[in-house]
Design a binder for this molecule. Structure first.
Ligand code: XUL
Ligand code: CO
Length: 438
């Protein structure tokens, strides 16, 4: 059965096109810096937003119909979501998907039954993957929705809950391997606290690391050769979350000896919630060899929560793609649209329009970032800015060839510094504008 009869295939028609169901900028075979766009941009569909979320918020019920003509909370519905999802991805040319365990099937009271349902649905998904060539980017276990995780999953106070989290992680790893996923994500939504009056932070962090070590050991044992990812987020649902931002997560991974197996999955909206730019989080990850994957969305800077919008800010995606290109791409990662339609955008057509917006915005980002790199003025300026370290005393500092006393003597001899190079910020911003709009 087809769910999206109103559209045959979304094609590239160019910037002048007024067809709402065409790409204006995403031209999948267009070569940018030696590679076709679709190879730079491994776009993924997030099962949870696209096939499950129907607009419920704290103040109101669903506005969209995601039943796909099946009775919700049945296996029939789970299969209908698979059919709808694959039709959707094929029509958009999306080559990957990401999933939580409980996005795929209704969770049963008994975990045996849930696992049985997961086996059944992933057999069906695998068949669809073979038919279409669509692949799994990453899998994860939802360790935040079930009430048992009210005090955390890895960070829980209750050893039984820790075991249930382990069981879900084990199963989600089994499924990720079965579906050939190249990533496995930990997003620690409940791994945090509201008040220190009831929390042993050291204990909780150590236990999160224990769970991650157990996952790595098991994953490697069953042949998972991809990357584990932490997805940092500072808050929401918890007031304080342990994986606050990239720097915090990197410190944690190193502290607990997890840095060889883990990289980061950076989400744009989580970056801005942490008080950083998206680009900052990508750069901090990249310079630490930890840039793994991206949750492609956008927040609203006037709101203090995770709005998960489809990205439309071209400046942001330009700077994102600049970081990705500079880092040499995302090896085992991709661009997962962890994004949802606004609540009143409640039709099937809107689902397509959201992805068209997001894919075009990233395509523009890629085109612009390549232009910035080819133009060279930004890179040249940065190299020039630090040129005092290329020779003389600067080079000796880098070579580790000096003592503090020698540097002090050098400064005392010199008496004063005549001029320091300008940071040139406004000129650089103007260069970026002329590259983008010139
Ligand atoms: C929550 C979030 C999650 C993760 C996967 O803010 O981003 O959807 O991406 O658990
Ligand atoms: Co996310």
């Amino acid at each position: 059965m087809a769910y999206f009869d109103f559209i045959d295939q979304v094609n590239y028609e160019g910037a002048q096109s007024t067809n709402p169901f065409a790409f204006k900028f995403y031209d999948k075979d267009r070569v940018i810096l030696g590679k076709p766009m679709h190879e730079h941009l491994h776009f993924a569909m997030a099962w949870w937003h696209n096939l499950c979320a129907a607009g419920t918020d704290m103040f109101g019920r669903d506005t969209a119909d995601k039943s796909f003509q099946a009775m919700p909370s049945t296996m029939e519905h789970a299969r209908a979501k698979v059919d709808a999802g694959f039709e959707f991805m094929q029509k958009l040319g999306i080559e990957y998907f990401c999933f939580h365990d409980v996005d795929l099937v209704p969770e049963a009271e008994d975990i045996h039954e849930t696992n049985k349902r997961l086996d059944e649905i992933t057999d069906y998904i695998l068949k669809k993957m073979q038919e279409t060539g669509i692949q799994c980017l990453w899998g994860t276990a939802n360790l935040f929705s079930n009430p048992r995780y009210m005090n955390g999953a890895g960070s829980t106070n209750d050893a039984n809950v820790f075991c249930f989290a382990a069981a879900q992680v084990k199963k989600a790893l089994d499924l990720t391997v079965k579906l050939g996923g190249t990533g496995y994500v930990f997003w620690g939504g409940r791994e945090g606290y509201e008040t220190l009056l009831n929390t042993d932070v050291k204990f909780e962090q150590e236990n999160i690391a224990r769970l991650m070590h157990l996952a790595v050991d098991y994953g490697r044992k069953i042949g998972f050769t991809g990357d584990f990812f932490i997805e940092p987020k500072p808050k929401e649902p918890m007031k304080h979350q342990y994986d606050f931002d990239a720097a915090t997560a990197i410190g944690f991974l190193r502290q607990y000896g997890l840095d060889r197996d883990f990289k980061l999955n950076i989400e744009a909206n989580h970056a801005t919630l942490a008080g950083h730019t998206f680009q900052h989080e990508l750069r901090i990850s990249a310079v630490n060899n930890m840039l793994g994957s991206i949750d492609a969305n956008q927040g609203d800077l006037l709101l203090g929560w995770d709005t998960d919008e489809f990205p439309y800010d071209v400046y942001e995606t330009t700077m994102c793609m600049y970081e990705v290109l500079k880092a040499g791409g995302l090896a085992n990662g991709g661009f997962n649209f962890d994004a949802k339609n606004r609540r009143p955008s409640n039709t099937y057509a809107d689902m397509f329009k959201g992805f068209i917006l997001g894919m075009d915005t990233f395509a523009l980002g890629l085109i612009n970032a390549a232009k910035i790199i080819e133009d060279g003025r930004i890179d040249n300026f940065i190299s020039e800015k630090y040129s005092s370290f290329h020779s003389g005393i600067g080079k000796r500092i880098l070579d580790g060839d000096v003592t503090l006393e020698e540097l002090s003597e050098y400064a005392l001899d010199k008496k004063k510094i005549d001029c320091i190079m300008s940071g040139n910020q406004e000129a650089l911003q103007s260069i970026v504008n002329s590259i983008l709009f010139g």
